[in-house]
Design a binder for this molecule. Structure first.
Ligand SMILES: Cc1cc2nc3c(=O)[nH]c(=O)nc-3n(C[C@H](O)[C@H](O)[C@H](O)COP(=O)(O)OP(=O)(O)OC[C@H]3O[C@@H](n4cnc5c(N)ncnc54)[C@H](O)[C@@H]3O)c2cc1C
Length: 395
């Protein structure tokens, strides 16, 4: 069978790889001159180095992602610690702590004050059990807000990063789905992982090479404006573009931005790493050899602020927290205005399934109904599901 995959983000790449692996001929069309969509790297002229559009964090429980990387020969291109450890800094108080999960399935780390969130009591972790019962209409803030420091220092920043939506509006159900596949399965499933060199080097370029080597046709810079009748097609474009291609499709229509700041700053060997941040504007910082990259999730709240002001404020937070020089170094501010759909109950109800009314046309993308928030794992899983749905039409 010949299949047209439209969109070379991670969902489209995953679908293309799955179909190719199963012996089908794939034509992959991508509107942009490069593949990768919302997860890509590029050479930044202003900073004079290569950067990612934004920091992307994975956990070792993201099994569809790890299988995808294994398939395209890029599994070793991830970095991360051998233990499930998460260092945190509060940028307003300077407090620092490290969450240290244990490797096995039974979470004995919660019984050890040295491993858990400072100031937390055992009963605060009952919030994790409560979360298991979360329904679509339950909101993160009201549901978990009673968990004291476990909420303020762990669940709230985690929810903002994973759902890219502020907790008072975000549904707790997709957060519960993330935790069920990671923290609840134990430390083996909660090892932090990120692309060692860059997103494109890990997720995109090896996939394109793998596809080309197996005869897939890759057409970059080709925007598809209409589906060809009768052609087996995976529509793996963002929700708005999908609704233009598939008449009558209901899709999420409210979005949240993510703002990433890349500061050109040479770290000393041994000082690189990542930290979760609380008490300020940002949620994560990755200090690499030449660049310190900071992520502000659910960033619509800062949309009215000028970039130089955001850069100055974020650098001031970093400078006092990590004892860096006061002067703001050269900085590239990257806004992804439609980074993900807003994970509110209303928007989650608008996620379509994989199949459409036309058995030849299936959908893929982090915005389809994967049960997960809009993440790499969701995107890749949706691509795999779309490929299988196309090959096994419902009777
Ligand atoms: C700044 C940022 C930080 C993030 N951080 C994380 C993180 O830490 N962890 C995590 O797991 N996830 C993270 N995500 C989410 C993750 O990047 C996405 O879930 C994932 O990349 C989505 O892939 P996709 O294939 O579904 O969509 P996209 O990447 O949007 O791909 C869709 C593709 O379709 C193309 N296209 C559109 N219209 C057409 C057309 N008509 N014809 C042909 N092609 C078309 C687009 O150009 C695009 O390449 C982050 C996202 C952003 C933006």
């Amino acid at each position: 069978m010949s299949v047209h995959v439209i969109g070379a983000g991670l969902a489209g790449l995953a679908a293309a790889c799955q179909l190719t692996e199963l012996g089908h001929h794939v034509v992959l069309s991508e509107a942009a001159p490069h593949a990768g969509g919302r997860a890509r790297s590029y050479d930044d002229k202003q900073l004079g180095c290569r950067i990612d559009n934004g920091n992307h964090m994975l956990l070792s429980g993201n099994i569809s992602t790890l299988s995808y990387l294994h398939r395209i020969g890029a599994r070793r291109s991830l970095s991360g610690p051998a233990e499930p450890v998460f260092p945190f800094r509060d940028t307003s108080t300077g407090e620092s702590w490290t969450l240290r999960l244990n490797m096995g399935g039974f979470p004995w780390w919660v019984f050890s004050p040295a491993r858990r969130v400072p100031g937390s009591r055992l009963w605060h972790y009952a919030a994790l059990l409560k979360l298991r019962k979360a329904k679509l209409g339950d909101l993160v803030g009201p549901m978990l807000g009673g968990a004291g420091p476990v909420y303020a220092k762990l669940l709230e920043p985690l929810a903002i990063s994973a759902l890219n939506t502020m907790p008072e509006r975000a549904s707790a159900a997709p957060l519960a789905a993330v935790l069920a596949e990671t923290i609840e399965r134990g430390g083996y499933a909660t090892l932090p992982r990120w692309a060692r060199l860059g997103l494109s080097e890990t997720f995109v370029d090896p996939a394109l090479d793998w596809l080309r080597a197996r005869g897939a046709e890759i057409r970059l810079g080709e925007r598809v404006t209409a589906l060809k009748p009768g052609e087996a097609t995976v529509v793996a474009v963002p929700p708005r573009a999908a609704a233009e291609l598939v008449p009558g499709l209901v899709v999420p229509n409210e979005f949240e931005s993510i703002c990433n700041l890349h500061f050109k700053y040479k770290m000393k060997p041994g000082e690189t790493g990542f930290w979760g941040l609380t008490g300020g504007m940002a949620e994560w910082v990755f200090a690499r050899a030449e660049v310190i990259s900071v992520t502000i999730s659910a960033a619509n709240r800062y949309a009215g602020m000028e970039n130089p002001l955001i850069a100055a404020r974020v650098w001031a937070e970093l400078a006092r927290t990590f004892a860096l020089p006061d002067e703001t170094p050269p900085c590239r501010v990257v806004w992804e205005k439609r980074a993900t759909f807003a994970a509110t109950p209303e928007q989650l109800k608008r996620r379509p399934g994989t199949r459409t009314a036309n058995p030849n046309v299936v959908l893929a993308g982090d915005w389809t109904d994967t049960g997960l928030p809009a993440t790499i794992e969701g995107a890749i899983r949706s691509g795999n599901a779309a490929a299988m749905a196309l090959l096994h039409p419902q009777t």
